[in-house]
Structures are given as C-alpha cells and as structure tokens.
Design a protein around this ligand. Structure first.
Ligand code: FES
Length: 169
C-alpha cells in the first residue's frame, strides 16, 4: 500500500516511488526519475503529478516546477499517441537532420511541440539521442530509427498509423 493516501498513480508505481525515496542520501535526488516514471504512466506532468511528487519528496511544488522547466524531455501537456523526436544535433545536422525535421513538420502538418488534430502524432526537435553513428536519427516513443531519409520517415509514419508501433512514451 502506498504511503500517500489517494495516490494518483497505479499501485505498482506508487510502491516504486515509496522505495525510490529511500535509496538516495537525499530524497530530492529521486525527483527526476520520479518525473520520468510519472510521465510514462500519466502521459505528461500534470498539476496533480507535481503536487503528489512534491509531497512524496517533501519539497515545495515550486521546486518540482523549477526542475520540470529545465528538462525538455518532460512535458506539461499531453503528447500524441506517438511522440516523434527528431535529432538536429551535430551528427544528425550534418547528415540531413534539419531536412528530416522540415519533412516531418510538413508531412504531419505540425510544428515543434505540437500534436496532430487526431492526437496520433506529436513532434519535437531534440538534442542528441545517442545514435550519432547512424545519423540522422529519430526516436518515436522509446523506439529508435536511424539512417533516415524523408522517404523512410513516410514509411514509418504509415507503419505507426497502422498500429505497428510501441504505445509507451
Ligand atoms: S547527434 Fe543525433 S543522435 Fe547524436
């Protein structure tokens, strides 16, 4: 059972959080991992998530929001079912990352941090995702796709539209 009454998280995640705050010398060191796990479960960092995590770590909500505003991988609004993250860092930039990003914007009809009207895709320009050797690369939810071209990206979008991608963001 969770140490927080009326937790907004699943029993499994609440139990994980109960444990997480005990394994660091300072409770607040658990903040970023908790935000990421919460985002995976809830879909984004809502006000309710901020409030419960602040209680669990015993810090102010403002402290949570300060960290939240620093990390671009944390979202305060829901993403699409498939969150498309296009890397434009140095390796990807040299191998067509910006052309790929422009193509994705055009193909999906949305810009950075926007969501398609049907909620299927969202798009983000991101920093290095650790796939530099295979640039240009994108990440969709937790799936990597590398050595991409605009044509290959189109095939991917069709695949995801057909329900063949991971749902977990
Ligand atoms: S620069 Fe794009 S994955 Fe590293």
């Amino acid at each position: 059972m969770s140490t927080i009454a009326n937790t907004i998280f699943s029993p499994e995640l609440a139990a994980r959080f109960d444990h997480l705050v005990t394994i660091y010398p300072l409770r607040r060191s658990a903040l970023v991992p908790m935000l990421l796990y919460a985002q995976d479960e809830i879909g984004y960092i809502s006000d309710a998530v901020v409030s419960e995590i602040a209680k669990r770590i015993e810090i102010y909500e403002l402290d949570v929001r300060n960290v939240l505003s620093y990390y671009s991988m944390l979202r305060t609004v829901p993403a699409g079912k498939y969150n498309v993250q296009v890397c434009t860092n140095i390796s990807c930039m040299l191998r067509g990352g910006y052309e790929l990003l422009d193509h994705c914007k055009h193909k999906l009809g949305i810009g950075h941090k926007e969501v398609t009207a049907d909620g299927m895709f969202s798009l983000e320009e991101v920093e290095c995702i650790g796939a530099c050797c295979w640039a240009p690369a994108i990440q969709i939810n937790y799936d990597f796709h590398d050595e991409l071209t605009p044509d290959k990206a189109d095939v991917l979008f069709e695949m995801y539209r057909a329900g063949q991608g991971k749902d977990v963001k």
